[in-house]
Design a protein. Sequence first.
Length: 665
Amino acid sequence: MEEEEYIRHFSALVELEREEQMRLHEEEMKRLSGRQREEKGRAFIRMRGKSQGLGLGGKYMVRFTKQNATKLPESEIEVGDLVLVSKPGTAPWDEGNPTGTVAEKTSYSIVVAFDDAPPGFVFRKDIRIDLFVNDITFQRMKEALKAFKRLPKWRREKLLGKREPEFNAGAGDELEELEFFNESLNNSQREAVRKSLAARDFFLIHGPPGTGKTITCVEVISQLVSRGYRVLAAADSNVAVDNLVERLDRIGLNVVRIGHPARVIPALRRRSIDYLVQDEQDYRKAQELREKAYAIKEQMEERFTFPEMRWRRGLSDEAILRLASEGKTTRGIPKKKIEEMKRWIELKQDVDALFKDARALEDRAVRRILKNAAVICVTNSTAGSELLGSEKFDIAVIDEATQSTEPSSLIPVLKAKRFIMAGDHKQLPPTVLNEEAMRGSLSRSMFERLLALYGDKIRVMLEVQYRMNEEIAEFPNNEFYEGRLRADERVRWQTIAELVPSITELEFVMADKPLVFIDTAYSAGFEERMRRGSTSRENEGEARLVKFIVERLLDAGVRAEDIAVISPYDDQVALIRMMLQVEGLEIKTVDGFQGREKEVVIVSFVRSNKFGDIGFLSDLRRLNVSITRAKRKLILIGNSQTLGREGCYRRLIALVKSRGGYKRV
């Protein structure tokens, strides 16, 4: 692909995806009532706000609770999400309804952080809160694509496959003697570190499930910092960034987390820029200036006439000031109003000057912290923020890179002279909602594209997994990783019976088998169905079976926190959540559980029809994620006749049978 074509191609795809996300949210808000949106988990209705004062970063914090003081319903709205707050009698998208970021969420309330003082209506009754789209991420992708053409020609050519990436000559001997900070790294992890350090352009760390790619990234970052390099550590999601921050902080590196305070988990907020800056004298002085400015603003509103059009009558600020100084009036405006408007304008100028000085002081404090940081951690999108606009880095390390679209990865890539990516292209790709954008390769990550161009010259695959019992890992290892994975001895034979000895009494779930497939093909009541108005699917029989199994596991002594129930379909997840309301039990979609793990995982595949139609289950990367989350026990529930029409599922069921873990309902 030529450079201009690359920019034009991805710019068009980003715009398609942006329009799709905006359309879907607005369409649903118009199509569904607030109550229906709440039932789908994308809104809260009948809420009331209470001010919590100023929070980190000078944000206005408002706590919202249900008017009748009941628990909040199950919802997709999570900490870090952008929400739209609307008053009764208006459409959510009407002008005057503000957006904010969810800073905290409990069973009974959510706290929303607003950049500016929210309108007074948020403290009344009957407030509605809707999940919304954050447009700034799309704008930063477009800006990164425009900036791509300003890269040196040789660098553009390497990224587009027209010139081979290079490695430091003679570095091999030196790196063979490398002293590792983490001495427990295995051989493939050590090789990944060495080659990452030798790469002059870019390098890929391929980390299958449970192989410790983030640990490997942390070692790479530690080695780079020890050599005096300035490092930007990034990932597409806030969860993945926080994972990096936690590990880097644990080994004592001076790490600074940049991002909206609401999107940083509480335990790590002391590493956030908004927290660290509070110890800076310049910042404290800036806050004093802001408080003074707000006090003046309050005085302006209470005592002086705002120069609105009916009093201004076309006069500029300068004209009003001149008339007042001359003691004159014009156009029928009372002299008293001229004087009041003059005073308002003068106070406004004072307020503007105070805010300007406060911003300069705060900026100086922030720059000082950034300059002293060994590692700066951000989401891909935040790497393109104004805060980092003038900052440059020697190397960017991008974790979970296969979950990022190419334009998203490009944002941190352009901030550094070279980059290292870690990910697994055999798991789920970036989420793309627009079908045309998906067909146009927006769902293909930069990691995958570079791997296709250069292969093993720029990749090391990590080969030891520390998560799964060997029997659970056997199928994905052979099907997706060429049989190269091996289980570490500490997990190789681990079983649930080691945690809960009484589990052996549960004959129905075949307690002695790490891998179980429960076949619904020959039983009535296990047919899939679609709710009216939904494109998702559910299977009530499978949901009831999941409930039965989970309750038996809990009765046997397995902790709810050690169990996860996952399904590819939103509606099935919603149905199971309605049936199983157990504190600590995680019930999520497969996509939402990527990157996670539990001792016991139950998978409900849902699809059960006479046509052998498995829909998006045919994306085998979704299957790979489904079957690689469990440590000690994996229970699969599905219809072998439907699933078995696809060869990969057929081979999976055959393997389970050969290992003695197959059971009919």
